[in-house]
Write a protein that binds this ligand. Structure first.
Ligand code: INI
Length: 203
């Protein structure tokens, strides 16, 4: 017989599936639902240079994230000559890898891919926390979009669901975010360079 706890679990699964479906549509309200005109980076990657830094730890998962990321780069028109992929040992090394990529000044965005899966010790918390904080720090310090395409899950099954399984692919989403942010920053740079009031776009 199903207990109250069981039904709560089912509810959580449904909520999680609903959230994931939203995520597939990038969770943002449609532009037409936003009051007035607003700037939003385009989804077109043509002409952009994108770096991908991928962790080898849990490589059976991160390889799937990378496959999703590369397919999305193809789909959005980022030329093969305009992308570089580098491997690092683990998620803890992603911020340094991203910082080095940003330092080349060759890229419009950096995508970080990793999978941190909870084990029996507190190691997970240190790796996941420092990875997230480090990636955010690189992004703010370099003013370049540095995307957190890192799964942080309780177990392998949850990770696989989000690496091309039932709940999408974090690598695919990370590339979409990188392209949108790179294009938005490009638009804002043009706005900054334009004479005051020249665009009339922001209301
Ligand atoms: N690295 C990961 O990418 N995922 C993990 O789940 C993980 N765990 O759980 O230990 C992990 N550890 C290695 C870490 O990222 C560094 O490579 C290592 O500590 C050397 O600095």
């Amino acid at each position: 017989m199903a207990s109250a706890d069981d039904s709560r679990d089912v509810g959580l699964d449904q909520e999680s599936a609903r959230r994931s479906a939203e995520m597939q549509t990038h969770r943002l309200p449609a532009v037409e639902d936003v009051e007035g005109e607003a700037l939003r980076g385009s989804a077109d990657g043509t002409g952009l240079c994108i770096a991908v830094v991928c962790s080898r730890f849990n490589g059976h998962v991160t390889g799937l994230l990378l496959a999703g990321a590369l397919a999305e780069l193809d789909r959005r028109g980022v030329a093969e000559a305009d992308r570089v992929v580098a491997w690092v040992p683990g998620a803890f090394e992603l911020p340094l890898g991203a910082m080095a990529m940003a330092g080349t000044s060759r890229f419009d965005a950096v995508v970080c891919l990793g999978a941190v899966i909870r084990g029996e010790t507190s190691h997970y918390d240190f790796v996941a926390g420092q990875c997230a904080a480090g990636i955010q720090r690189v992004q703010l310090d370099t003013k370049l979009p540095v995307v957190f395409g890192v799964l942080t899950t309780e177990n392998l099954a949850q990770a696989l669901q989000r690496a091309g399984g039932a709940l999408g692919n974090k690598g695919t989403e990370a590339v979409a975010t990188a392209i949108e942010m790179a294009n938005l920053l490009g638009e804002l740079a043009s706005l900054a360079a334009a004479p005051s009031g020249a665009t009339g776009k922001v209301t």
